[in-house]
Design a binder for this molecule. Sequence first.
Ligand SMILES: Nc1ncnc2c1ncn2[C@@H]1O[C@H](COP(=O)(O)OP(=O)(O)OP(=O)(O)O)[C@@H](O)[C@H]1O
Ligand SMILES: [Mg+2]
Length: 231
Amino acid sequence: MSAPGFFVTGTDTGVGKTVASCGLVRALRAEGIDAGAMKPIETGVGADGPQDAHALRRAAGNLDPLDDVCPIQLPLPAAPSVAAADAGSAIELEPIEDAFARIAARRATVVVEGAGGLLVPIRDGLQGRGFDMADLAARLGLPLIVVARAALGTINHTLLTLEAAASRGLDVAGVVICHCTGPLSEADALNLAPLRGQLGDRLIAEIPPLAPGAEADRNGFRLDRLLARLR
Ligand SMILES: Nc1ncnc2c1ncn2[C@@H]1O[C@H](COP(=O)(O)OP(=O)(O)OP(=O)(O)O)[C@@H](O)[C@H]1O
Ligand SMILES: [Mg+2]
């Protein structure tokens, strides 16, 4: 595998990035690929710790220290730059890159879950624009996996995200459609058909509505479509 892993972003917050990332990690591991996982920046972290990072670490076999899986943990449930400012700090990239390097050294590949969507701010710029999730994916050298919600609005949100990725020079390895809002109305289900058609082979999984607490089926991922891009 030539790329060190995948950067999982979403068309929005709450679209199923964690559910999809955990499913992908399990799918890779079931294929004998030693996949690790990271949530480099988690906001909204309470007394019970970083919930996304816990789920990702569990999916990856509980092998990596939590501080490597999630080096930046912030209490305010907001965009990283906002949550960091609220905590009286600014996010440094070095701890993220160092933790990624340690996990990547131990593992065959790393699935990294971003926070929110692609243009979510991580650091304010000193001049011009700041450093955002797209910049982090580029800095870690990872192709994207875009998670899109299945509900109405997703054609626009997905195509906007793919355009933003292209304009920032990021490779998109695949798209996951996640039925995170539960069963669709007939109209919403019909609305999804053109998006599936437009994505073609880029669609690597469609995660159906899950019961509360259920995991995505690891057999639902088209790893052939994903891994062929990395070899
Ligand atoms: N296919 C599904 N069916 C039912 N519920 C789902 C599905 N996918 C995700 N959910 C639920 O939707 C919520 C959001 O999912 P998830 O946490 O994976 O999103 P996210 O994009 O990682 O969010 P964040 O931006 O906070 O990291 C969770 O409560 C999750 O259990
Ligand atoms: Mg998440």
